[in-house]
Design a protein around this ligand. Structure first.
Ligand SMILES: *Cc1c(COP(=O)(O)O)cnc(C)c1O
Length: 380
């Protein structure tokens, strides 16, 4: 009888079947004792390897040009398991660019286990100054998901190799379609599958991809011990999302391009944060390492107060107000609160920053909504 193969094929089913099972019974006791030794390579228990999840891992590894991939219950599950595996007491992490808040909080938490971290700028002289003898990991986001900063992946991986430091990138903004960091010498690539890869705001998932030795270690240590398991059902939804990823990404960018062109003509807009707007050296880096753009962007409204931002956002009817991004629906969010403008400025974040996740509804509708925002601001 035919069983599932490496590509998730089962009786010729074109959609990967959902193996909704917690365990896999073995034909005899000898087989059981053998497979139980090697959970990584066998279907034993779905906290280890499950065929539906495995089919997704193989696809993601292929997309990232990685030897191996491991999926998790969330992006944070992947990030936590990776950090817990790579780090030990006394180690130091160097963050480049603005880092997703909970990732930074994870490192604050690891302080109690003797792990420390610093922030640096993604330029050679600054990194060289900030590397310590105990720096074990350089962790970056490029583009980041707040100010969309970009870092030179090749330069950073080259520098890190000279110091025997592991490089880890959160590649969620680009998806593997627009940036393959391993090709530029980065060691490990992380994704929140919750965003574009899932693409429909109906699941939470994460992944890490890299060389087999490291991913196997992450499997044995960070993954099995944290138990941050992607369910077969959610793996199926991610597989379904992957099959339309190219067309969705194309349309997210088409819409975002129109929105950016519109924003460039609004007198209140101070700056647009998106890699398509990069100039000078950064533009060269973008052209060298990215093959396209997604639809997550920010812009700053000049001299905006909390009341201005509130007025602007509350005028929207299409853009929904909420965290996360990368789904069908357009979303808006802003970092300003009633009393944090000074704190934001000290972190180089403009108080009037607005972040948009440009969805698939169409740019005419999105621009119409932004117009409502600017009109409300002008009538204030
Ligand atoms: C959302 C997000 C994460 C965390 O992913 P979850 O699936 O929500 O745990 C990590 N990095 C970035 C850049 C994100 O946007």
């Amino acid at each position: 009888m035919q069983t599932i193969d490496e590509n998730g094929q089962y009786h010729g089913a074109v959609a990967t079947p959902i193996f909704q099972t917690s365990l896999f019974a073995q034909p005899d006791f000898e087989t059981f004792t053998k497979v139980h030794q090697k959970e990584r390579e066998n279907f034993v228990y779905s906290r280890g390897v499950n065929p539906t999840v495995r089919a997704l891992e193989i696809k993601l590894a292929t997309l990232e040009r990685a030897e191996e991939c491991k999926c998790f219950a969330s992006g944070m599950g992947a990030i936590s398991a990776t950090m817990l595996t790579l780090l030990q007491q006394g180690d130091h992490v160097l963050f480049l660019n603005t880092i997703y808040g909970p990732t930074r909080q994870l490192l604050d938490f690891l302080h109690r286990y003797g792990v420390s971290y610093d922030h640096s700028n993604p330029v050679k002289s600054d990194i060289e100054r900030d590397i310590k003898p105990n720096t074990k990991v350089i962790y970056l986001e490029s583009p980041s998901t707040n100010l969309m900063d970009v870092a030179d992946l090749k330069a950073i991986s080259t520098l890190a190799k000279q110091h025997n430091i592991v490089t880890v990138i959160d590649n969620t903004w680009s998806t593997p379609l627009f940036q393959k960091p391993l090709e530029f010498g980065i060691d490990l690539v992380l994704h929140s599958l919750t965003k574009y890869i899932g693409g429909h705001s109906d699941l939470i998932g994460g992944a890490v991809a890299g060389n087999r030795k490291t991913i196997d270690r992450i499997f044995e240590e960070g993954f099995l011990l944290t138990g941050s398991v992607l369910s077969p059902n959610d793996a199926f939804l991610v597989l379904r999302g992957l099959s339309t990823l190219p067309v969705r990404m194309k349309q997210h960018w088409e819409n975002a391009k129109d929105v950016i062109a519109y924003l460039l003509h609004q007198p209140e807009v101070e700056h647009i944060f998106h890699p398509s707007q990069a100039t000078g050296e950064t533009k060269k880096i973008v052209q060298n390492q990215m093959k396209g753009f997604s639809g997550l962007l920010s812009f700053s409204i000049r001299d905006a107060s909390f009341e201005d931002v509130r007025t602007f956002i509350n005028a929207f009817t299409l853009f929904k107000i909420g965290v996360s991004w990368g789904g069908y629906e357009s979303l808006v969010i802003a970092p300003i609160r009633e009393n944090n403008a000074e704190k934001l400025r000290s972190e180089n974040i403009p108080p009037g920053l607005i972040r948009l996740s440009i969805g698939l509804e169409g740019s005419a509708l999105q621009i119409n909504d932004l117009n409502k925002g600017f009109n409300a601001l002008r009538n204030r």
